[in-house]
Design a protein around this ligand. Sequence first.
Ligand code: FPP
Ligand code: MG
Length: 325
Amino acid sequence: MQEQELSLIRLFEEERPRVHCALERAVELLPAPVREIGAYVLLAGGKRLRPLLTLTASRLLGRDDPGLYRLCAVPEMIHAASLLHDDILDEADTRRGRPSAHTRFGLRPALLAGDAMLALADCEVTVFGKTEMVECVSDAMMRTVAGEAHEIALQGSCSHGEAEYVEVVTGKTGWLLRASCRLGALYAGADPRRVEALSDFGLYAGIAFQMVDDALDFADAAVTGKPCGGDLREGKFTPPIMRYAGELDEAGRAAFGEKFASGSFSDEEIGRIAADIRERGHDAAARSLADEYLHRAEACLALLPEGPELNVLREVIPFIRDREK
Ligand code: FPP
Ligand code: MG
């Protein structure tokens, strides 16, 4: 197990400078007025999971050349743009422990920088001349928007359950991880069964990724770089909150529902509920839900060829399951 962990970490370390170069190149292609904002969000670090999935998927299926770096910047641009827009929608002041782009640069420039990154991602994928790749990126963007819009429509509501939550996270996070894998597979010219297996792997891994993210919403802000309990403030009814609300008596649930709907919890209340959620293990239970999707992701790997890249994909599973930030 330790050896397996090492190969994922080694890939992260080895590839980070080359992925960073590809992102720097992409930043140069942004229109001058939004370039600084693009650099702020694209070159700030982060796990770079999406580009690494694209690289690994293509290599697994037999293609590795310099063009792959240009391609792997595409899902990262979409990811960065979606977080930039998400911070505007969520009115989030910080991201990764520093001011969010709109807080630092202003709402309108930040909005346009996100738009430019999305447009650039689109332009960049067309250079490979494969309609399926363009379709993959467009689908992912549409589904991401649909997931986010669905989440906004449900904001403040406590009346939906896990199934609807799964629909939301499939859209807002699953589809872009799916595209990250699928792009690599399409670039390699893989046979359709393998393209689909890798796409499904990405989709399930992405769903689980968001579920773990929603469990981490109750972790220490100093570790995650995001304020603890943000989903309570933002009225997002995630599994740890569903479990918490489910244990309240009728009067407690009514009072909770009112504050949740109006987003009027005080900082003290957020702190108390978050502590309760941790103590009762509702965040840990939400990780078990993620496990279900990680098992599905793992099953997809059976259809793919053995080799060092397959080991990297296997290691993505504990990486998502056990992450702490
Ligand atoms: C983070 O969720 C948000 C997303 C994963 C998707 C955001 C999507 C949009 C804003 C739609 C625009 C789409 C495109 C393609 C640009 P979160 O708020 O739960 O996570 P957080 O705690 O990291 O903010
Ligand atoms: Mg957010």
